[in-house]
Design a protein around this ligand. Sequence first.
Ligand code: PEP
Ligand code: MG
Length: 325
Amino acid sequence: FKESLQEIADVAPVTLDKSYVNLHANINSVLEIDQVLRNGASGVGLFRTEYLYMDRDSLPSEDEQYEVYRHAARQLKGRPIVIRTLDIGGDKKLDYLPLAKEDNPFLGYRAIRISLDRKDLFMTQLRAILRASHYGNVKIMYPMVTSLDEVRQAKALLEKAKAELYAQGLPYNANIEVGLTIEVPAAALIADVLASEVNFMSIGTNDLVQYVLAVDRMNENIAHLYNPYHPAVIRLLKHVIDSAKSVGIPVGVCGEMAGDIRALPIWLGLGIEELSISVQTLLQVKHRLLSSDAKKCKQLVNEILVCKTSDEIIELLAQTEQTES
Ligand code: PEP
Ligand code: MG
């Protein structure tokens, strides 16, 4: 099966009725880019930069980060690469940056909240990303945004970083695209407001599901309650996608649900434009995409949206899978 999947690496990701979906890859390290290219991904939809900061004993310098981002941008030869700014806190720790102990780390000092507090760290990263943007199709994405104010603050710091580089005569893409992840319910509900401030959005379902359902994604005792097919999740996903479309910016998905074969009809039915998936599952999703009919998925989603329980939704999806095969 693996070998036959490799044959579709270069086939365009379109459904039977000609709906095109960008299939991008999620990476934690630039070492994965070879695989990204081999599996025919049209770009990197999520580069989790925190891994650059982990397993070491001090912060990576601007130059160090710049080298890594530039290498990635060059290797992708014009394909987009979305660099997500530091997303630590929650489950991810840095030994050399002690964070106060918290009762609820996932509701605490995390991601963009740290970046806006530790502007020194953030500016170093923004400068490194901007400098790399000169060498490819680099985009920047802010994690865990909750309010418009946070987006505006981050954008102001980005402008400040640009001004510094300009003054120093260092090249960067002045029109670099800026996006944010939708992974907090508050952000999902005001997605139209946030969308009007950025160039693109990507739904982080891993966190969005945990926050919508109030189910810690790391807690094994309640893992059975962590259910991306809960009707509340599906309704919220529709709201976010519709909001982005109403403003006219592209919206993608970068959580694990993007790579869940079972969820594909939902994405097609909701009209998603991009799925960013781990390199390991990308071709399996493409395989199903090639034999899917987006129009039928739209009808299916209408049925799903009136389901009262996740079991009903999962049952509908299972029936679809059977009729396809
Ligand atoms: C997500 O939350 O869905 C996501 C893509 O980010 P991470 O898994 O790194 O939190
Ligand atoms: Mg997340």
